[in-house]
Design a protein around this ligand. Structure first.
Ligand SMILES: Nc1ncnc2c1ncn2[C@@H]1O[C@H](COP(=O)(O)OP(=O)(O)O)[C@@H](O)[C@H]1O
Ligand SMILES: N[C@@H](CCC(=O)OP(=O)(O)O)C(=O)O
Length: 375
């Protein structure tokens, strides 16, 4: 008996290791069909659903008779271009047989860095939800250049979950949950059913094995994804890709997979964008007085509190803010470029004009453009 529940916004990510048979790279059609059925049931229960699907490279390799993932970026991009179309055709054939329309959304970090692109993407997802369409998302491998690549779909799925203000993120992989270490290699590995919001920062598990032959992210990127998603209020679950129907049971409270409790959601989409959507291009170190002003009094960051910096950043870029010991405190949009900041760091605000030769912004980072970590 399904317990009626409020419609939820769900992002489900499935990795290559679940979509492709490890030994041959062939599509695991039975798994994909089970996933399609589950997603259609979720739509029929009134939920809003986004599928983040890896597999473009895996399917491309299979189509071209390659037995391992390409190493060179250009080949990876070319093979992903071969595989993405075939992957979507497989999905469309299966979803169409259940009368469920789908859409393809290909993203690069660029769509999350530029605020207008971010808002456009948000509006597109909302329109698809209203139309009852399942968006199938992947990284736009053929155009994503290095510094703009998400690198793995675990991270991409967490950023999409934050973007669409999801209630849940499901990371489907080829193990049933997170363990203390890789259960394939370590018979002593024990399962981790629940990670409380207060425990995630200190979570200690071994994730150094590279996972399946076809996967990219491994478990490390799934934990990173859980940090991003739970940090923006999304409950995150790692569960088995070959049992997608377990999503239905987990929504009903079943103790399956590894569940990561969500932090309280910031109701400020812009702050979530600053915290998770941007690729920081630099790092600034601030003194103890500035740490106090930002943390305890919610102030803006002034030049007098800046003691050092790293990276080549421009004004309006996102930067990481660190305490004197280098511990990340948060992120923000900076008002000066790295050359200007080098000249004015440690100065009182009224001394800036004399040094720069022009009157610059009053703050280095305004408090409205600054997001501090919770704990
Ligand atoms: N602590 C751990 N708990 C569970 N699995 C782990 C752990 N460390 C490494 N792994 C490996 O990570 C793999 C999943 O990552 P990956 O192969 O990238 O899958 P996907 O394609 O779904 O992203 C598992 O198959 C497992 O071999
Ligand atoms: N865009 C790539 C994603 C690669 C990726 O993240 O794979 P996985 O670790 O299996 O989720 C592809 O479709 O192959």
């Amino acid at each position: 008996m399904t317990m009626a529940m409020q419609p939820q916004t769900l992002v489900i990510k499935i990795g290559t290791s679940s979509l492709a048979r490890p030994e041959t790279g062939q599509l695991a059609l039975s798994t994909i069909a089970a996933l399609v059925e589950t997603l259609c049931k979720l739509i029929n229960q009134g939920h809003r659903v986004v599928l983040v699907s890896s597999g473009a490279v895996g399917v491309g390799c299979s189509r071209l008779g390659l037995t391992e993932r390409p190493k060179k970026m250009a080949f990876k991009q070319a093979i992903a271009a071969v595989g993405q179309g075939r992957l979507m055709r497989t999905y469309d054939d299966l979803f169409s047989s259940l009368q469920q329309p789908i859409a393809q959304i290909l993203l690069t970090r660029r769509e999350l860095i530029e605020r207008t692109a971010y808002v456009n993407a948000y509006n597109t997802f909302q329109a698809l939800f209203e139309l009852g369409i399942i968006a199938i998302v992947n990284e736009n491998d053929t155009v994503a250049i290095d510094e703009l690549k998400f690198g793995d779909n675990d991270t991409l799925s967490a950023l999409v979950a934050s973007l669409v203000e999801a209630d849940w993120l499901f990371l489907l992989t080829d193990v049933d949950r997170l363990y203390s270490s890789d259960p394939r290699l370590d018979p002593q590995a024990y399962p981790i059913p629940l990670v409380k919001a207060t425990e995630l920062a200190q979570l200690q598990v071994r994730t150094d094995s590279t996972g399946s032959a076809w996967g990219t992210g491994g478990m490390a990127t799934k934990i990173t994804a859980a940090r991003i998603a739970t940090g923006s209020g999304v409950r995150t679950v790692i569960t088995h890709g070959q049992k997608p129907e377990q999503i239905l049971a987990i929504l009903q409270g079943a103790d399956l997979g590894t569940q990561f409790e969500a932090q309280p959601r910031s109701d400020n989409a812009r702050k979530r964008w600053i915290a998770y959507g941007l690729v920081p291009t630099g790092k600034i170190f601030i003194d103890a007085g500035a740490v106090q002003a930002l943390k305890a009094r919610g102030k803006s960051l002034l030049a007098i509190g800046v003691i050092a910096m790293e990276g080549e950043f421009s004004a309006t870029d996102a930067v990481v803010i660190c305490d004197p010991q280098g511990q990340e405190l948060g992120r923000g949009l900076i008002n000066y470029n790295c050359n200007e900041l080098e000249k004015i760091k440690g100065l009182h605000s009224e001394a800036i004009a004399a040094v720069l030769g022009y009157i610059g912004p009053e703050t280095v980072i305004h408090r409205d453009n600054l997001v501090l970590q919770e704990n």
